[in-house]
Design a protein around this ligand. Structure first.
Ligand code: ADP
Ligand code: MG
Length: 702
């Protein structure tokens, strides 16, 4: 596939029912009503849905579509779709193509096989999907199949949210409401809406498909469960931003074209820190659209990789000992008239709205650090956080020099000045002086201010961005709500605002950390500061139902207590299921591939020792190797038995939390022990006999 740069504007959005298409194909008044609904000002009038549906259908059919689907995001974290064709048979025996407003508006998939966390019993099957008109409808081509996709929310018959989109949309409403109150109180009269924005950077690995197919662990668990380290890892630091390999570059090109067609603004691509690791970043969009687009990014990465005989690994830690993959969530708040509320401007100390927003985020992140941590807790991220170039599980904020200085000034009674950026002279007459940023970057921080937005870096690469983002929106809305309450009844708004800032700067200073988050020293310092460091996924998920979280979600209409509880349950269950899959996969590989290979090798050594001996030569080396291999084989057999017995003990345990704890405390250590022995064997067994591709092959051969 190739497309010259001239054709990119043509390709971009060509499969999206976007504003241009709507304007062209909808009667003016209908276009206007739809536009109002999209901008969040008014609910859509069902009466006009028929006209819109018809226009969509005509457009889709012209593009070759035969089907439509409601596309939703159940609590599995991925997406779901059920296709219906447009056909409607006539009494004459032929068919016409139909798509009604009702079909656009609402779907009724059987909800019983999606995780509900007890919100719905299996016999209560009814679920509804509802068109989310704020995220554009698009067409997707998969093989010969072309389908019209309708982004939708998903709820149960009882009205409980069964998906990731509903709470995200609710949290956007909450943030809009509270942020608007605050800016209004602070004198803004022009903006009528505040929207959360998101630019998610996606990290991923590419491995050759032929290696992948030989690794049951990659196929079933998405990560390597065995594997001795490659003699060469990422220590040369030569992969990061390195020149693209041709095969990878071709893959990226095709990926971009596919994404552009879907209106996903794929913008940045580069090699990442680990060998075989890459990153893609789109231009930011509203958090809802960006979340939908990120799902499309993950799906398209997988799909296009296969066309190039790669497999894309999205797991947080596909390979031990090298960089894991995250999904940095760049987040900000913007008004409908284009003001980025986290833009400091040139004199941030005078920019009251900015300072209040900044402090609200700081307070929210400090107060709800555990919830934010829980929003990124899954079994994969447990291997990533705190290891090889990833932020630790301690939530802290990087502000940089300029803002830290202002923040400190606020604590002592008002900010009077802003440190200025300078020019950077490179000492080469032919190079221009560069305007220097006010602040250096810090890529070790889990939550970093990066100029005019925050970057939440703890999010795992497999995760839907919806979870971490509805948490962030909600906790910021919660703090803004308190601030608005005070400002609205203030006699002197400016004095009250100053006091609020002073209080936040004093009470939440402890969450600000500009140093190196990767060091042991920071772990110790953070503990002294009283910042939570919850390394275990299970322990983190167990904090979700803390009272303050229940209260905040409830107060801002994002999740009821039942809905929150259901989510906590599903996440714990998912953790246990993932561990169980990993354990079973390890047992399978250990018993059927690795152990047999080691035994074969021991036979070879034994034969060699005998042969050498009968030739009258002392076979001491052969014997020594044989003893070594045989003793490791014995250890491995024991490791297998232990893991098997823990897995079967685990089966008898009841209670979601109890099972998850058992998985963490008993099954995971047994897995680690088995891996350790197998990896030791890998280092001494004949390479010809080793049954699975090695780290060196998977990471370096393309
Ligand atoms: P880096 O790797 O240096 O952190 P990238 O350029 O890879 O930066 O990604 C930065 C991301 O932040 C992009 O997706 C960009 O669109 C996004 N971004 C920029 N401004 C905003 C904003 N106001 N709100 C949300 N995201 C933003
Ligand atoms: Mg980044």
């Amino acid at each position: 596939m190739s497309s010259s740069s001239e054709s990119v504007p043509k390709v971009f959005g060509s499969n999206v029912f976007n504003d241009l298409v709507m304007r062209e194909r909808l009667p003016k008044d209908i276009y206007k009503s739809l536009k109002k609904a999209i901008e969040g000002n008014e609910p859509l009038d069902p009466a006009i849905a028929n006209v819109i549906a018809n226009a969509m259908k005509d457009w889709a059919i012209e593009k070759g579509a035969t089907h439509f689907c409601h596309w939703f995001q159940p609590m599995t974290g991925s997406t779901a779709e059920k296709h219906d064709s447009f056909i409607s048979p006539t009494p004459q025996g032929n068919t016409i193509m139909e798509f009604s407003g009702k079909e656009l508006y609402q779907g009724e998939p059987d909800a019983s096989s999606f995780p509900s966390g007890g919100l719905r019993a299996t016999f209560e099957a009814r679920g509804y999907t509802a068109w989310d008109c704020t995220s554009p409808v698009f067409i997707k081509e998969d093989g010969d199949n072309t389908t019209l996709y309708i982004p939708s929310a998903f709820c149960s018959y009882t009205g409980h949210a069964l998906d990731k989109k509903t709470p995200l949309l609710r949290s956007m409403d909450a943030l809009n409401k509270q942020a608007t109150r605050v800016i209004r109180a602070l004198g803004n009269t022009t903006s009528s809406r505040v929207t959360a924005t998101l630019g998610p950077e996606q990290e991923y690995f590419l491995v050759d498909k032929s290696f992948y197919e030989k690794r049951l662990d990659l196929v079933l668990a998405g990560r390597t469960l065995f594997g001795a380290p490659s003699p060469r890892g990422q220590e040369m630091e030569d992969h990061y931003f390195g020149a693209l390999h041709e095969r990878v570059a071709s893959f990226m090109h095709e990926l971009n074209v596919e994404l552009w067609k879907l209106g996903v603004s794929a913008k940045t691509q580069h090699n990442e820190v680990s060998p075989a690791q890459y990153e893609l970043a789109p231009v930011f969009a509203t958090v809802n659209v960006a979340t939908d687009h990120n799902q499309l990014v993950m799906e398209t990465l997988r799909k296009v990789a296969l066309r190039h005989h790669f497999v894309c690994l999205l797991h947080e830690k596909p390979f031990a000992g090298v960089n894991g993959s995250g999904k940095h969530n760049n987040w900000s708040m913007v008004t409908d008239d284009g003001i980025n509320l986290l833009d400091p401007g040139s004199t941030p100390h005078e920019n009251m709205i900015f300072l209040v927003m900044l402090c609200a985020v700081i307070k929210a992140v400090d107060k709800y650090a555990k919830l934010l941590r829980a929003s990124v807790a899954n079994s994969g991220n447990e291997h990533r956080l705190g290891a090889n170039e990833a932020p630790p599980a301690i939530v802290s904020i990087f502000l940089g020099d300029q803002l830290s200085d202002i923040f400190n000034q606020l604590a002592t009674g008002g900010a009077k000045s802003s440190k200025r950026g300078e020019e950077l002279k490179l000492g080469v007459s032919t190079l221009p002086p560069l305007p220097k940023d006010y602040t250096d970057r810090n890529r070790t921080s889990p939550f970093a201010f990066t100029g005019n937005k925050f970057e939440f870096r703890m999010v795992g690469s497999t995760q839907s961005t919806a979870g971490p983002m509805f948490v962030l929106n909600t906790i910021v809305a919660d703090i803004l709500c308190d601030i608005a309450d005070e400002l609205e009844k203030a006699e002197n708004v400016n004095v009250t605002a100053q006091n609020i800032l002073k209080q936040i700067a004093t009470e939440h200073k402890k969450v600000i950390y500009n140093g190196d988050n990767y060091t042991e020293q920071w772990v110790e310092d953070a503990e002294k500061r009283g910042l939570p460091n919850i390394r275990s996924t299970v322990a983190s998920l167990e904090t979700i139902m803390d009272n303050e979280n229940v209260t905040a979600f409830n107060k801002h209409g994002v999740l009821t207590k039942e809905e929150l509880h259901a989510r906590a349950d599903i996440l714990l269950e998912t953790y246990s299921m993932s561990i169980n899959i990993e354990a079973m996969t390890m047992l399978n590989m250990a018993k059927r591939q690795i152990l047999p290979a080691c035994i074969r090798y021991s036979n070879i050594l034994a034969d060699a020792a005998n042969a050498v001996n009968s030739a009258g030569v002392e076979a001491s080396t052969q014997k020594e190797l044989l003893e070594n291999v045989c003793s490791l084989i014995t250890v491995m057999k024991d490791n297998i038995s232990t893991l098997e017995s823990e897995v079967s003990k685990g089966r008898k345990i009841t209670g979601t939390t109890e099972i998850a704890r058992f998985s963490r405390d008993k099954i995971v250590p047994a897995m680690q022990a088995l891996r350790k022995t197998a990896d030791e064997l890998e280092a001494i067994v004949d390479a010809e006999l080793w049954p699975i591709p090695t780290y060196a092959e998977m990471l370096f051969i393309r």
